[in-house]
Ligand binder design. Sequence first.
Ligand SMILES: C[S@@+](CC[C@H](N)C(=O)[O-])C[C@H]1O[C@@H](n2cnc3c(N)ncnc32)[C@H](O)[C@@H]1O
Length: 262
Amino acid sequence: MSAPLRLILATDSHRPVAAAAAPPCFPHLLPSARRRPPTAARRCPIATVARSVSTTTPQALQFVEAYVAEDLVLRTARSLATEVGVDAVTPGVGATLRFLAAAGGARAVVEIGTGTGVSGLWLLRGMRPDGILTTIDVEAEHQRIARRIFQEAGFPSGRTRIISGRALDVLPRLADGAYDLIFVDSEVAEYSACVDAALRLLRPGGMLALHGALASGRIGDPAARDVETVTVREVVKAIRESEEWTPALLPTGEGLLVAVKR
Ligand SMILES: C[S@@+](CC[C@H](N)C(=O)[O-])C[C@H]1O[C@@H](n2cnc3c(N)ncnc32)[C@H](O)[C@@H]1O
């Protein structure tokens, strides 16, 4: 006979605990009939966090990254990225971008850092059928490849606005409050300025996605004080503390900070 289905809330020692055995962490929020006195061994959200971290094994992360497979066009864009020395987003980040574009019904999207079109293609595939991707890159050669990739994937040229130039020169020319989603994947040194620009460009309820938000894995290491880590840490913290954003930090790929403009 199979074991009865149990709802797992938290663990003390990484072993599952039946919901019925777990005293509530916030008894004052429960009806008085269900309140129990606090105990030293009560389960807390921290225990839940510890449990989820222990399940983020390298194999689980690999599974996450391969969960939504890439087709031939994406794989081609990825291999061209490697050839020209561009770090394209991982498939897990790509799938998340497509998800965000679809969830937000995105029609107008800005991408900072076109590369060879990997992230752009994921975004286009999540956007509304009449949506336009505005994508900016300082390297015309990367954009030449991306343009071919978008065509190869069946997107007519009218679905993309490919702008060649430095992000901080181009962004001031874009209209205020006109965009549903902004994806930032270029120079870390310009992230703070890109976030300021995103706040101006997004409509209320629009989304920001900032790539590289784990600073190559060093974000949580207090001993890491290199310029890139410090810069990313400051940007991530500023967004968390701003009243203008509702953020979440996703551990996919190199880390994706997502935030909704209030
Ligand atoms: C990490 S790659 C982008 C990869 C792309 N998002 C993808 O996943 O397919 C970064 C890109 O940003 C571009 N870039 C770097 N600095 C820039 C700047 N200041 N303004 C615009 N583009 C920049 C680079 O030329 C490069 O193509």
